[in-house]
Write a protein that binds this ligand. Structure first.
Ligand code: DOR
Ligand code: ZN
Length: 343
């Protein structure tokens, strides 16, 4: 195979940030992806419909002339979220999902949820109106080992929350364990799960063996190899509940390379080339379109993009870093040559 044309892909989990960083990274997503679910963990977070509308306007203003891209906005769920505001933002077509961060789980999650009882009214309303909940699935309990936090979250938080809210559409985001894959497979169609590019490629050895690699540090942190293989099987196996959410999360090198560095892998520029490599390696090139372009829209009830993206078997140049006014941002290094390029 020397070329593959698929429906233009979407990214169902993306950090665009704001200001200078957004201006620098947005073109790299818009070049390949038609739409993306935009994470609301700005400082301060995007909590209300009015804030989401203003953020969408800033994104569209930062989009270079001639590029087409549709930001699918989300609201950051807090214990004070107003269900009526959420419903209005959904009814107007502005907001496509609500994001649940357990308080303290990751970057800018301090305003997230500590007492899950306090979001009950919002969850019930979301189930009624068919608005999906995107979940960062990690417990924040200091006593729980960081490599176990996803599996424990599923048992202690996610499953009880779903049982208490029948009909609520939930996306398990950036899953990193075979536990999450197994749980997702056992549920009905109200549950979807996104998988990042980097979790298909790295395990925890890549972060920690032979010297610490801050550019591979993200949350949820990559787990052992058996979990990576389970994610690979889920992504490349053609099961419709699994779809691409890159979690491309740019931080400047200065902020990554600190004694307490930020979590995030910046994969927007080379995700499609890496995915072509991964799916080819698993003899699943025919499943790439489902994962990147079809399963996500089906879950969200949106049309598949009418335009296309073509990958060719041409070596990709090394991506290195993207310059921003705040300093360079290193692009995720998959650790192998990229033999596919986006045309
Ligand atoms: O690695 C991550 N980076 N995981 C997250 O959950 C947040 C993200 C960010 O915003 O930097
Ligand atoms: Zn994220």
């Amino acid at each position: 195979m020397t070329s593959l044309t698929i429906a233009r892909p979407d990214d169902w989990h993306l950090h665009l940030r704001d200001g200078a960083m957004m201006r620098a990274v947005l073109p790299h997503t818009a070049q390949h992806f038609a739409r993306a679910i935009i994470m609301p963990n700005l400082v301060p977070p995007v909590v209300t419909g009015a804030q989401a509308m203003a953020y969408r306007d800033r994104i569209m203003a930062a989009l270079p002339e001639g590029m087409s891209f549709e930001p699918l906005m989300t609201l950051y769920l807090t214990e004070d979220t107003d269900p009526d505001d959420v419903a209005a933002a959904h009814a107007s077509g502005l907001v496509k999902a609500v994001k649940l961060y357990p308080a303290g789980a990751t970057t800018n999650s301090a305003s997230g949820v500590a007492d899950f009882g306090k979001i009950r009214a919002t969850l019930d309303r979301m189930a009624q109106i068919g608005l999906p909940l995107c979940v960062h699935g990690e417990v924040t309990d200091a006593n729980i080992d960081i490599f176990d936090r996803e599996a424990v979250f599923i048992d202690r938080v996610l499953d009880p929350l779903r049982r208490a809210t029948p009909g609520l559409k939930v996306v398990m985001e950036h899953i990193t364990t075979s536990n999450a894959v197994d749980y997702a497979r056992a549920q009905d169609d109200s549950l979807g799960a996104t998988i990042t590019t980097h979790h298909l490629v790295i395990n925890r050895n890549h972060i920690l063996a032979g010297g610490i690699k801050p550019h591979y540090y993200c949350l949820p942190v990559a787990k052992r190899e058996s979990h990576r293989l389970a994610l690979r099987a889920a992504a490349t196996g053609g099961e419709t509940r699994f779809f691409l959410g890159t979690d491309s999360a740019p931080h400047t090198d200065a902020n990554k390379l600190l004694p307490c560095g930020c979590a995030g892998c910046f994969t927007a520029p080379n995700t499609m080339a890496i995915l072509a490599h991964v799916f080819e390696e698993d003899s699943a090139m025919d499943k790439l379109e489902g994962f990147a372009s079809r399963n996500g829209p089906a879950f969200y009830g949106l049309p598949v993009n009418a335009d296309t993206l073509t990958l060719t078997r041409t070596p990709s140049p090394k991506h290195g870093h993207v310059d921003t006014e705040d300093g360079p941002v290193t692009v995720f290094d998959p650790g192998f040559e990229l033999n596919w390029s986006v045309q």
